[in-house]
Design a protein around this ligand. Sequence first.
Ligand code: PRT
Ligand code: ZN
Length: 284
Amino acid sequence: MIRIAVQSKGRLNEESIRLLKSAGIDINENKRRFLLPSTNFPIEILYLRDDDIPLAVSTSVADLGIVGLNEIEERKLVNVHIIRKLGFGMCRLSIALPKEKKYSVPKDLSGCSIATSYPNILKRFLNANKVEANIITIAGSVEMAPSAGMSDAIFDIVSSGGTLVSNGLKEVESVLCSEAVLIGTKSFTDDKRAIVDELLFRFNAIEDSCDMKYLLMNIPEESIDKAIKIVPAMRSPTIMPLAAKGWYSLHSVIKANQMWNKIRELKSVGAEGILVLSVDKIIK
Ligand code: PRT
Ligand code: ZN
């Protein structure tokens, strides 16, 4: 049995649970408790505040955790290892100033006071740029600090940028790109390693299938070679004869963002009756 810490409520909770469920892990959220075992996979879910997840993994209270990279970069705990990025919870940690203030380079922050909940990441950025500024650590509502007279600037999480605009601030320096990451303790027993490997295998299959489309089409025999060049698939496309002589069915997999260009090219070599289907999982 392994234990994974996920955010109990907040921005990462829903996507974290969705990811585990799409990896085939049954979680009965109706029975939600602090610690909830899956009914079909040797894993239990430990619901925590995001701030507590890195420490839970660092102290081996949990084997794995799902948390924003920003939290890991801020804490830099021993025994915590980033296993992989998860592709959701995208945001950035940025410096913002009142919109009327001038800014061109980090040195312009010299002597400023900067409010943040991420003092360590900010300190590293200021040191790397040889800037002396006064860091004011506050727990929340960082975006209010300049208008409340608490600071000259802020260093905070930005996603759409709407919060900055509505507080009369402008983003001047993006310091860290963050997203949800899977973290783990540095070493596992053999039993736990096998469970973690199975989980990662499933996460990889989900990622590989993401944004992929399955294509089926009818193609005349003389166009098969050209069509294979357009949609080469993972190894090579499947070709099956149709009942109508001289015609074949071709099956392949392509990236969703290539779909319209590929369809145009396939039509130009004589493909007909093209079907485009979503892909649930790809096992390479
Ligand atoms: O209760 P708990 O301590 O668990 O949660 P929390 O309130 O500390 O965290 P939560 O749920 O707000 O965020 C969890 C994680 O989501 C963060 O650590 C980030 O990794 C990630 N994330 C992604 C964000 C955002 N996007 C985000 N937009 N975290 C916070 N914000 C806030 C930001 O602080 C600012 O107030 O949203 C505002 C900015 O949003 P825009 O869209 O207006 O720019
Ligand atoms: Zn938090």
